[in-house]
Design a protein around this ligand. Structure first.
Ligand code: SF4
Length: 412
C-alpha cells in the first residue's frame, strides 16, 4: 500500500512564508478607498443574463443538486464534472437514494473523479439529512454537516436558498484582487478571510445602492444579489482567467484597477510552484482460478474504500522486482516470485506523482492475511467492472487485458 509522501520543499516554503510576511503591511486596505472601483451590479447582472454557461446544475436548483455539483467541482474542472454529474443524478436522483446505496456503489459512481473522500462525505451527509426539505439553511448548521466547509455552506446559501453570502473561490478571489489591485492570495488563510470580508462589503454596497433607488422589492433584491454574486464567479471562470484575461470582453473593465494599470497578470500575486515528488510503487497481479487478488484500502487511508493490487513503495536502492516480492509478503503474508513484468504506469495526484511498476506474480507459499488492507479478496475477472479502483490500478488492469467496462452482475 502506498501513502502520500510527507517530504516538503522547505526552501520554497521558507520563501513563500517570507512573501506572506513581506506582504503583510500591504494587506489591509481601507475599504472606503475601494468604493470608487466597485462595478455597478446592474452591469454584472445583465452580462450574466446574456453570457452565462448552460450548466446542468443551474437548472432545478435544490439543496442536494447544488451540494453534489459543489462537491464535485472542488479541485475538478467543469468540463470533467458535467458527465459525472449527469450520471450521478440519474443514479442517485435524491438524497434518499444516495443514503440507501451501498458505499462501494457510491465509490464506483465516483470512480474517475478522484479525491474519494468527497464521495464518502456526500454519502455521510445524505445519511444525516435524508431529504431536501430537511436541509438546514443557516450557515452554522450547514458547516456541521460532513464535507461542508464555509465555501460550500455559502454556495448552498446563495444557489439553493437565495441568501446572498460572500462565496469565495479561486475565481472570485482573482477578480476581487484585480478589481481593487490587492496583493492578497486565496491560498493564504488570512488573505482569504480578508478577501471574503471585502467581498461581503461589496455586496453590502450593492444592496444599499439598490435600496436607495428602490430598484427592487426586498425578496427580489436578495435574488438579484445572488445572481450578481454568481456573475462574479462566472466572470472569473470565463473572462478574468489567470494567464490571459480577456479584458476587451469584460463588462467591468472601466472600473477595474488592474486593467487601468495594465497589471492584470500580476494580480493576485503567485507563489513559486513546489516541485512535485514522484513515488515509485510496485504492484503484483496474482491470478487464481480466473480471479485476481486485491486489497481494500482502509476507509481512513488515502484512497480509502477502493480496491488495489497488493504492493507498495519501492525503497531507495531497491529494484521494483525486489520491492514487489517484499511488499507482497508484508501486505498479504504470501511469498511470491515474479514471472512477468509489465510497462510502468504514471499517474499524477495534486501533490505527488506515482510511477507504478506492475508484475505478474506466482504464489510460492504462505498463508493469506490482510496485514495492511481492510481485507483481501480474490475478485472474479468477469466482475472487475463492478468494483471501484484508484486510477493507476485501473490503468494497470486495462493495459494488461482486463476488461473494466460495465457488466450486469452487480454482486459486489
Ligand atoms: S478588466 Fe480584465 S482584469 Fe479586470 S476584471 Fe475584467 S477581465 Fe479581469
Amino acid at each position: 500500500m502506498y501513502r502520500k509522501p510527507t517530504t516538503k520543499n522547505t526552501q520554497i516554503q521558507k520563501t513563500n512564508k517570507q512573501l506572506t510576511k513581506e506582504n503583510d503591511h500591504t494587506n489591509r486596505p481601507e475599504f472606503d478607498s475601494l468604493i470608487p472601483f466597485i462595478p455597478k451590479m446592474e452591469i454584472l447582472y445583465q452580462w450574466f443574463d446574456s453570457h452565462k454557461r448552460n450548466l446542468p446544475w443551474r437548472m432545478n436548483r435544490t439543496p442536494y443538486r447544488v451540494l453534489v455539483s459543489e462537491i464535485m467541482l472542488q479541485q475538478t474542472r467543469v468540463t470533467t464534472v458535467i458527465p459525472f454529474y449527469l450520471k450521478w443524478m440519474s443514479q442517485f436522483p435524491t438524497l434518499k437514494t444516495l443514503a440507501d446505496a451501498d458505499i462501494q456503489t457510491v465509490y464506483k459512481a465516483w470512480e474517475g473523479l478522484g479525491y474519494y473522500r468527497r464521495a464518502r462525505m456526500l454519502y455521510e451527509c445524505a445519511k444525516i439529512v435524508h431529504t431536501d426539505e430537511q436541509f438546514p439553511f443557516q450557515i452554522h448548521e450547514l458547516i456541521r454537516l460532513p464535507g461542508i466547509g464555509l465555501y460550500t455552506a455559502h454556495a448552498l446559501a446563495v444557489f439553493a436558498f437565495g441568501i446572498p453570502y460572500p462565496i469565495l473561490d479561486g475565481n472570485i478571489s482573482r477578480v476581487i484582487s484585480r478589481w481593487f489591485l490587492l496583493n492578497l492570495r486565496f491560498s493564504n488563510s488570512r488573505d482569504q478571510k480578508l478577501l471574503r470580508d471585502i467581498f461581503q462589503q461589496v455586496i453590502l454596497i450593492w444592496k444599499n445602492k439598490a435600496e436607495e433607488i428602490s430598484l427592487f422589492q426586498q425578496d427580489e433584491l436578495q435574488k438579484q444579489l445572488c445572481t450578481v454574486i454568481e456573475s462574479v464567479m462566472e466572470l472569473g471562470a470565463t473572462v478574468c482567467i489567470p494567464k490571459k484575461p480577456r479584458c476587451c470582453e469584460c463588462p467591468v473593465s472601466l472600473t477595474c484597477r488592474a486593467f487601468q494599470h495594465q497589471s492584470q497578470v500580476q494580480y493576485p500575486p503567485t507563489l513559486k510552484k513546489q516541485k512535485i515528488p514522484t513515488v515509485k510503487v510496485a504492484v503484483g497481479i496474482l491470478e487464481k482460478n480466473q480471479k485476481v487478488l486485491f486489497g481494500l484500502r482502509k476507509q481512513s487511508d488515502f484512497l480509502g474504500g477502493l480496491w488495489e493490487l497488493p504492493g507498495g513503495k519501492v525503497n531507495e536502492n531497491e529494484r521494483p522486482e525486489e520491492a514487489i516480492v517484499r511488499e507482497f509478503f508484508e501486505e498479504t503474508g504470501l511469498q511470491v516470485e515474479v514471472i512477468k513484468s509489465f510497462a510502468p504506469v504514471k499517474h499524477a495526484f495534486t501533490h505527488f506523482k506515482i510511477l507504478m511498476y506492475p508484475f505478474q506474480v506466482k504464489r510460492l507459499n504462505g498463508k493469506l492475511k490482510a496485514n495492511s488492507a481492510e481485507k483481501l479478496k480474490f475478485i472474479p475477472i468477469h466482475q472487475l467492472s463492478n468494483f471501484p479502483f484508484p486510477k493507476a490500478t485501473k490503468l494497470v488492469l486495462q493495459h494488461n487485458g482486463y476488461h473494466l467496462e460495465h457488466h450486469e452482475d452487480k454482486n459486489v
